[in-house]
Write a protein that binds this ligand. Structure first.
Ligand code: C2E
Ligand code: MG
Ligand code: MG
Ligand code: MG
Length: 278
């Protein structure tokens, strides 16, 4: 046990730290290659209108099909993409891919795309969105961009607000994602004309918070989406407390584009009753 202890002290920690750094480097190299290799994919999670019960659209959620590692969720690689700047090219791809897919859906179904704070920094986002809408033939009104409060907090001179305003002028709607998890929620809501507030799923069981945010949203002219609805009880609560849309595993998991297309066909059948023409 005591033999070679001097070296043992070192080798007990150092190799582990080394392997963690190696793993990070491997991940970065693999992530850099993921886009050109076509390993990134978008899954689509349904968003439902709580008043009409109709499908309103889908949120595009990034997945990485890393060979030998299965389908990797965004939480496992987006932070690294942000740190390395890869989020710029990945984010551009997400916008192009999601708009092309949404253009295949019947109007007025919308696609919601998550935008990282860093995407505002290089000033390309507005141009990317404009070009993507034109290339896909999708009206701006069928695209929604989801930003988090940190995007606004990190607004240190790259004019996030001006960019959001330019996007709104194209008809694109702007949602405030994960509302309630940041720390300047109310001032952000007052300072920017968001079209939608998405109530973070950690409040799915808190009727008082949901009611307050739905009321606040309504009084500011914003729609409210309840995130993370997993049970019929939560769905009923969100409707009762005044949310306008809901999203969650109860209503549908994030799914590949073919399954989303099939869901759209089925929901069309539900709306147009059997025997009805058109
Ligand atoms: P988000 O934008 O808040 O997306 C919702 C997340 O909650 C998704 O996780 C979704 O699968 C999960 N979710 C939906 N319904 C339920 C539910 O009923 N219960 C629970 N427990 N979870 C639910 P996902 O796909 O792992 O994405 C995590 C986060 O990664 C997203 O949170 C978003 O912040 C980020 N993200 C995803 N795609 C992109 C992207 O294309 N670009 C950027 N910048 N971020 C992305
Ligand atoms: Mg989101
Ligand atoms: Mg969210
Ligand atoms: Mg989230």
């Amino acid at each position: 046990q005591s033999k070679g202890r001097g070296r043992g002290c070192f080798s007990f920690f150092a190799p582990e730290m080394q392997s963690r750094a190696d793993e990070r480097r491997r991940l970065e190299i693999a992530l850099r290659a993921a886009l050109p290799r076509g390993e990134l994919a978008l899954h689509y999670q349904p968003q439902v209108n709580l008043h009409s019960q109709a499908l309103a659209g889908f949120e595009a959620l990034l997945r990485w099909n890393r060979p030998g590692n299965g389908l990797i969720p965004p939480t496992a690689f987006i932070p690294l993409a942000e740190e390395t700047g890869l989020i710029g090219s990945i984010g551009d791809w997400v916008v192009r891919e999601a708009t092309v897919e949404a253009a295949r859906w019947p109007a007025p179904l919308c696609v919601a795309v998550n935008v990282a704070p860093q995407q505002f920094q290089d000033g390309r986002l507005v141009g990317t969105v404009r070009a993507a809408l034109a290339a896909a033939g999708l009206p701006g009104s069928r695209l929604e961009l989801e930003v988090t409060e940190s995007a606004l907090l990190e607004d240190a001179g790259w004019c996030t607000r001006d960019q959001l305003q330019a996007l709104k002028e194209m008809g694109v709607r702007i949602s405030l994602d994960d509302f309630g998890t940041g720390y300047s929620s109310l001032s952000q809501l007052r300072n920017f004309p968001f079209d939608r507030v998405k109530i973070d799923r950690s409040f799915a069981d808190d009727a008082a918070v949901v009611r307050a945010v739905a009321l606040l949203g309504a009084s500011l002219g914003m729609r409210t989406t309840a995130e993370g609805v997993e049970t019929p009880e939560q769905l009923e609560r969100m409707r009762a407390e005044g949310c306008t849309e809901a999203q969650g595993f109860l209503l549908g998991l994030p799914m590949p584009p073919e399954e989303a297309a099939a869901l759209i066909r089925r929901s069309d059948d539900l709306l147009h009753k059997p025997g009805e023409v058109g």
